[in-house]
Design a protein around this ligand. Structure first.
Ligand SMILES: Cc1cc2nc3c(=O)[nH]c(=O)nc-3n(C[C@H](O)[C@H](O)[C@H](O)COP(=O)(O)OP(=O)(O)OC[C@H]3O[C@@H](n4cnc5c(N)ncnc54)[C@H](O)[C@@H]3O)c2cc1C
Length: 379
């Protein structure tokens, strides 16, 4: 049986980032990944600056295009533009992006076992024994970085009914040169391209990543909306199209983030932003935070669990809780949404851009702020 201090399950941005920081702290770490790298991941690949600026190494080699300007539309009437000096969103393909982080972790001594699916966990004499498709692994700590459908979280006893998952589609679309020239000039978000959600068109090196996500409630017609959105973008000719669908967790789990030496990070924990469904930056951040907690605890399991739980409660959770409130308010009614955007659209876009840039956090007293605004409108 192979023996490590930490086994990270999943090599997405959360897992690869955790492994990188663990190895940097001198901790013997393995990544167990069910696919063979590089692997496709259903994702728009919009990496916001708040994540990019904190990367411990340069990621430019895997950035297809970066945008210092973002265009937000609602139908044909409303259009808001924000601009910053640094790239607000860097567009990546997740196969090369994730592989880069893994390669940096490997340089620091992390071992990765690919084509290795985790099948079960057992605690034996204080250690966790992991049954995988490639044999047994023994470790002190397990980090579940296996994404939104986390099997490891299920195996370790987390309930499945404490979080909200939303469906999202991602189409990789090759269009003719004329359409590509027109649509690759901007990164655009279209509020209400799907009811209670939005559509996006993210240009990559040679194609467009086009998708829709419904933030509140399920929408059985999501495929129809995506087809309509492609038409709305005025695409004349589709040369090739690859259609993918997946889920995004837009509320965090309510039954904790550590159980029996198993730590949840990234989508497995439910750390995507409820208002925007942007998940890469918190995946990377939670990977760093769990590595720091484990390193600081120096083998003390209770201390590692407490440090990680406390830091999540004080950093990521307040942001997610405010974002959840804003998402409920924003996506609940199209009439209210249109009214709010007509009146405050530019301010809202600027505020969201500040958050994307990592220059501001979500306001902590959002309820009071909303009440104040509503009073101002009513009286
Ligand atoms: C359609 C769509 C569009 C999105 N667009 C964006 C965007 O533009 N910007 C953004 O910031 N976020 C976006 N997201 C969210 C983002 O993709 C996720 O938040 C992010 O990938 C989470 O990273 P992670 O490392 O936690 O998990 P993942 O990236 O899902 O990685 C999990 C890894 O675990 C592996 N794994 C799973 N099960 C096992 C197992 N049993 N054993 C071993 N390995 C296993 C998987 O193969 C995978 O490599 C989007 C999501 C969707 C669905």
């Amino acid at each position: 049986m192979k023996n490590y201090q930490v086994a990270v399950v999943g090599s997405g941005p959360s897992g690869a980032s955790a492994a990188f920081h663990l190895a940097k702290a001198g901790i013997k770490t393995v990544i167990l990944e069910k696919e063979v790298l590089p692997r496709y991941k259903v994702c728009g690949g919009g990496f916001v600056y708040r994540g990019r600026k904190d990367m411990p190494f340069d990621v430019s080699e895997v950035v297809d295009i970066e945008f210092n300007r973002v265009d937000v539309y609602m139908g044909k009437d409303l259009h808001f533009i924000t601009e910053r000096e640094k790239p607000i969103v860097s567009l990546v393909m997740r196969d090369t992006f994730d592989e880069l982080i893994v390669s940096k972790a490997k340089e620091l001594g992390v071992e990765i076992i690919e084509n290795c699916k985790v099948k079960s966990l057992n605690k034996v004499d204080g250690m966790v024994e992991i049954e995988t498709s490639q044999g047994m692994v023994q470790t002190q700590f397990v980090i579940a970085a296996d994404g939104v459908y986390s099997q490891v979280a299920k195996m370790a006893g987390w309930k499945e009914d404490t979080r909200t998952l939303i469906p999202a589609l991602e189409y990789e679309v090759e269009v003719n040169q004329k359409d590509f020239d027109r649509l690759s000039k901007e990164i655009r978000f279209d509020i209400d391209a799907i009811p209670a959600g939005y559509g996006w068109c993210f240009p990559k090196k040679n194609h467009l990543s086009i998708g829709v996500g419904v933030i509140l409630n399920d929408n059985k017609k999501i495929k129809e909306y995506c087809a309509e959105y492609i038409k709305f973008l005025g695409i004349e000719e589709i040369l090739s199209i690859e259609k993918h669908g997946y889920q995004i967790p837009v509320t965090p789990r309510l039954d904790g983030f550590v159980k029996n030496n198993v730590f949840l990070i990234g989508d497995a924990a439910g750390f995507a932003d409820p208002l925007t469904a942007e998940g890469i930056s918190n995946a990377i951040l939670s990977g760093k935070l769990v590595a720091e907690a484990i390193a600081e605890a120096n083998g003390d399991e209770e201390k590692a669990a407490k440090t990680y739980s406390d830091i999540i409660e004080n950093t990521i959770m307040p942001e997610l809780l405010t974002s959840m409130k804003l998402a409920k308010l924003f996506y609940a009614s199209k009439i209210v949404r249109k009214f709010l955007l007509k009146k405050y659209g530019q301010r809202f876009s600027e505020a969201m851009t500040d958050i994307f840039m990592g220059e501001k956090n979500y306001p902590k007293d959002v309820n009071d702020k909303i009440k104040e605004k509503l009073k101002g409108l009513i009286f």
